[in-house]
Design a protein around this ligand. Structure first.
Ligand code: HAM
Length: 419
């Protein structure tokens, strides 16, 4: 009989992987709580209307990706695609705003989106989500991004970039939308059909289009950041100023438009260049109108969410690199050079230098393939000619350069090479 498999895009987390999850969750709790965030746990399912009204009817999430169904009473229910809407609902429902206090809440748990599964993109995935209610101060925008950067760093991930933008307020965004629509109309026959449709439904989303031709056209599009009103500009300038003062590194990226409708003013994403197409580890922004739009008081708010699977993917990559990659890989071409490479290998190791080789002595091409796979920074290549001339080729795999060094002093020679 055929065995039953898990639902596509929904993964088991097996005992060997659980350690990574705990490490990430523990670090998140520690950092978030030290910034004054307190945990909430909201239901996995909510009324469909909550997500339609907050995330937006014409977003991809609501239009195409929702796990929605009618329950036995005929009520439309959806598995949560994100945590913000649920936390806002809970915040209003339980009157957490009543003492006018600043509320900082966080939640860790599974989310559901019916997307096409691929590396880093799943149908059940997990978020670490943080939300701060009750202040419009640019200080909290900066603190939030500072905390996000710190969290990523504390977990042990390097090489990520914080991209920051402002989406203005509904007023200045409306003015800009008309300008953008004008631009899109002018070039209507050059854009893909999706972008032409977005022009009417949600024009800002054209910036998220994956079609190269559209991206190239958008290089000349008017940018929202150049059209924001005085107050929004002042807010954004203050946020950047605080980020500088907190020594949080960031880049202004006017193309960060985000896929959810509730944002205004500050928006941000943390991007890694080591994740392939699904390169956003986390994202968020300010959403001042949402609490009011969902029936609560007019409370300012800002938040972000991090994708745990993507964090763990990076963490594993980084750890593997640390654990596995030797610094040197030796290649010997022919019997004598291979034997010499084998002896050199032991000498390097004797000096505490991590080195590896392909003992089989196969063709240059296949040895180089192994060298590449090993992740070694330097490959030492010894052929018959080099052996006679007492020289050895040293290739820097990172820089893509190669130089000939004296064979008899090679151990000392490679010790001083750059990291
Ligand atoms: P988001 O950008 O839709 O924002 O999702 C945040 C993060 O969740 C992404 O950067 C990514 O790491 C992860 N993620 C999203 N979809 C998937 C998926 N299908 N598979 C794996 N990981 C995924 C939000 O959800 C907002 N609620 C963030 C926020 C909080 N804004 C304000 N407060």
């Amino acid at each position: 009989m055929q065995s039953i498999q898990a639902v596509r895009g929904m993964n088991d987390i097996l005992p060997d992987a659980v350690g990574w999850w705990r490490r990430v969750e523990n670090a998140a709790r520690e950092v978030l709580e030290s910034f004054g965030y307190r945990e909430v746990r909201t239901p996995l399912a909510e009324k469909l209307e909550l997500f339609a009204r907050s995330i937006g009817e014409s977003t991809d999430i609501v239009e195409k990706e929702m796990y929605a169904f009618q329950d036995r009473n005929g009520e439309w229910i959806a598995l949560r695609p994100e945590a913000t809407a649920s936390i806002v609902r809970s915040y209003i429902q339980h009157g957490l705003h009543s003492d006018s206090a600043l509320r900082k809440l966080y939640e860790i748990g599974p989310m559901f989106r019916h997307e096409r599964p691929q590396k880093g993109r799943y149908r059940q995935f997990h978020q670490i989500d943080a939300e701060a209610f009750g202040t419009d101060s640019p200080m909290i925008d900066a603190e939030m991004m500072h905390m996000l950067s710190l969290l990523v760093e504390r977990i042990g991930i390097s090489g990520v970039i914080l991209h920051v933008n402002t989406l203005g307020c509904p007023e200045c965004r409306q003015t800009y939308k008309e300008i953008l629509k004008g631009f899109l109309k002018e070039k209507a026959d050059l854009f893909c059909p999706d972008c032409v449709r977005r022009r009417e439904t949600n024009p800002l989303r054209v910036f998220d289009c994956k079609v190269e031709k559209c991206q190239a056209l958008l290089d000349r599009a008017p940018m929202l950041i150049d059209y924001v009103c005085r107050d929004c500009r002042a807010h954004f300038d203050a946020v950047k100023d605080y980020l500088d003062k907190l020594a949080t590194r960031y880049e202004v990226n006017p193309r960060i438009v985000r896929g959810l409708d509730y944002y205004m003013r500050t928006t941000f994403e943390v991007i890694s260049d080591r994740l392939g197409a699904q390169n956003a580890i986390g994202g968020g922004g300010r959403y001042n109108g949402l609490v009011r739009d969902l029936g609560g008081p007019d409370v300012a708010a800002i938040g972000f969410a991090i994708g745990v699977e993507r964090l763990i993917m990076l963490l594993q990559q980084e750890r593997e690199q640390i654990l596995r990659a030797p610094r040197f890989f030796l290649v010997g071409l022919g019997e004598k050079p291979l034997e010499k490479a084998f002896l050199l290998l032991q000498q390097l190791r004797g000096r505490g230098l991590e080195a590896e080789m392909d003992y089989g002595g196969r063709s240059l091409k296949s040895q180089m393939r192994r060298a590449d796979k090993s992740g070694a920074r330097y490959v030492l290549i010894l052929g018959e000619n080099e052996l006679v001339q007492r020289q050895i080729q040293v290739r820097d795999m990172l820089a893509g350069t190669q130089e000939l060094l004296p064979l008899d002093a090679i151990v000392e020679g490679v010790e001083g090479l750059r990291d």
